[in-house]
Design a protein around this ligand. Structure first.
Ligand SMILES: [Zn+2]
Length: 52
């Protein structure tokens, strides 16, 4: 799973279908981030089995 965070944000996204999925100017991690926060929309999608 890939985690992305905008350079000016502390919020990590991990669903490609998130409406806020960063597509430019972002940092990437391949493992669960240990700093910052996980995006609420991504978490909600995951909980609903709707995270792609
Ligand atoms: Zn997100």
């Amino acid at each position: 799973m890939e985690y992305r965070r905008r350079n000016n944000s502390d919020t990590w996204h991990f669903c490609r279908n998130c409406s806020n999925w960063p597509t430019s100017d972002y940092k990437v991690r391949q493992s669960k981030p240990t700093t910052g926060e996980l995006d609420n929309e991504c978490r909600s999608k995951e909980a609903n089995g709707n995270c792609r």
